[in-house]
Design a binder for this molecule. Sequence first.
Ligand SMILES: *Cc1c(COP(=O)(O)O)cnc(C)c1O
Length: 519
Amino acid sequence: MTSLLAPGPSSPRTSPPDRSGLARAWRPRSKELNENICIEQSATLHRALAALDASGIGIAVVVDPEGAVTRTVTDGDLRRMILKGAKLEDLVNTLPPQPPVTVPQGTSRTDALSVMDAHHINHLPVVDDANRLVELFDRKSLSKRIFLSPPHLGTLEREFVEEAFTSNWIAPIGPNVDAFEREMCDKIGVKAAAALSSGSAALHLAMRLLNVGAGDRVFCSSLTFVASASPITYQNAEPVFIDSDPDSWNMSPRALERALHDARAEGRPPKAIVVVNLYGQSADMDPIIELAQHYDVPIIEDAAESLGGKYKGRSSGTFGTLGVFSFNGNKIITTSGGGMLVSDDSDLIARARFLSTQAREPAAHYEHKEIGYNYRMSNILAGVGRGQLKVLQERVDARRALFETYAKELSDIPGLTWMPEPDWSYSNRWLTTCTFDPNASHVEVAALVKSLADDFIEARPIWKPLHMQPVFQGCTYYQHDNTSVSEVLFNRGMCLPSGSNMSEEEISRIIDKIKLVAG
Ligand SMILES: *Cc1c(COP(=O)(O)O)cnc(C)c1O
């Protein structure tokens, strides 16, 4: 909670220090390294001290005329020299020789940390084949993790939360909850919304509202997070999984049609269809809606990942009888944990509010005619949500821009293909996602994910399709055609770090690593 409410990282860059007298002949990859850290053997101790002062990190790297690292020099080394009588005009190469501890380019951050531990040092030069400095690792920044999709707060969340504190409106239900629901309706263009404790709770309520019960069938996209299907089982119903379409990675209308046809033939039509909008991209709703109407089955649109995305210009999540959003910590906007159930049917949403507050009848003595849940969102978290909703478009823009950067910088990686975005789609690019063609690429996704993890970069394989999950063993599955598209995507696909608050340096770190391993 503290870190969630902490202000975002925005420390200003310091201006470049005076670098007179520092090595110039040779330029390492980063200009900053050359200017602030490298000194020539022929430099004086005075210059070395100036370099240490300029870099502010207490260490400089001595290089020979070819730029090869010969040693490191610290404040302590210079202090000892001067105490022994050395003059500031003496040359750096009068320092007692000391073979430097270095690691080759491409050493993982995990391994570099082990080397630092073994030598009790806090800085470690990374060198190329010619022993030239390419990077200087320091312990603190080395272990900085890059997360897949971390929270990114704006500036207003605190005010809304503070308002709740000031007015002592801490209990669930309150002005922030009402306002968050209204603002969400306005934002996406839907009649009614109920703010809930999670996207999973919203999905579960959707099942209840559509009277999904024991023995019923519910169709569900296979390529998704388990939470899309868990509520089907909460209701003791049976999930039937539908494959993906290669054009959108979302529910294949072709597979859906066969499934609906078979279900009718068996006299067991599904009670609902859970259509998932994966990684921020809408499913191809028109043919899906047409089929659902033809077979008279309601749609629950699982838009947990696609808030801010659009299908043919209309907001993702507004196409089903019910739509579900999630504000979990990793989603495009977050309330730390939370969800929203939306619909154009205000009666359904009113009933959702009733069920989400323990199905309490309007009587002072707590009258109950049916079983409900404790699923409502708290007024505090709704305050966070109101602030987040105000920056939603900025977050979408940032994630789309990040995707463009990845696509541009990694265009030469053999066998790499990005998740497609059909004409009708405007994806929020919640996660930048790609596949590697095993015939063209020399890396396996699992190996690449591991290499990135060794450098404290969190990447993930694509969701494991639910029909392949042990817990859903034996469930019926309809594949797209002769190919099971979701299985192919699972075997080849991965998600790259996609936070909207990554620094350029972090983005370069990821891109460089991928080029190194998969290039
Ligand atoms: C995150 C997610 C959910 C669940 O939302 P929670 O708020 O975490 O309960 C459901 N479906 C999909 C596709 C998701 O990505």
